[in-house]
Design a protein around this ligand. Structure first.
Ligand code: F3S
Ligand code: F3S
Length: 105
C-alpha cells in the first residue's frame, strides 16, 4: 500500500484525491489517510502531492515510519467503507497526529 506522512498535516492539498481510481484516500481532521486494503498500489497519487507526503510504504523515510501504522489504525473506526466520497471529512486523526503542534500559516 501507499501511505501519507507528516508533510500532509495541516496542508490537506487533496490533489491526491482526484487521482485515485478507487477513491481510497480518506480525510481526517488534520491530514488524509490511504486505506491499506482498498489501495490498489496504482501510484497515481504519489507524484501529484505538492509537498511530497505520499510514499510506497517500504520507501517511507525512517523519521515518518509511525505514519505507516497511522494510515492503518485510522481505519479501526471506519472499517472499509469502499469509497471516501461518501464518508466525507472526518473529525479524527491518529492520536500522535492530533497532538502535533499546529503548523504556522
Ligand atoms: Fe495531503 Fe498531499 Fe494529498 S498534502 S491531501 S497527501 S495531495
Ligand atoms: Fe489510490 Fe494512490 Fe493507492 S492513487 S490506489 S491511494 S497508490
Amino acid at each position: 500500500t501507499y501511505i501519507i506522512a507528516e508533510p500532509c498535516v495541516d496542508i490537506l492539498d487533496k490533489a491526491c484525491i482526484e487521482e485515485c481510481p478507487v477513491d481510497c484516500i480518506y480525510e481526517g481532521d488534520r491530514m488524509l489517510y490511504i486505506h491499506p486494503d482498498e489501495c490498489v498500489d496504482c501510484g497515481a497519487c504519489e507524484p501529484v502531492c505538492p509537498v511530497e507526503a505520499i510514499f510506497y510504504e517500504d520507501d517511507t523515510p525512517e523519521e515518518w515510519a509511525d505514519y505507516i501504522a497511522a494510515n492503518v489504525d485510522f481505519f479501526d473506526a471506519l472499517g472499509s467503507p469502499g469509497g471516501a466520497a461518501k464518508v466525507g471529512k472526518t473529525s479524527h486523526d491518529a492520536p500522535f497526529v492530533a497532538a502535533l503542534p499546529q503548523k504556522a500559516e
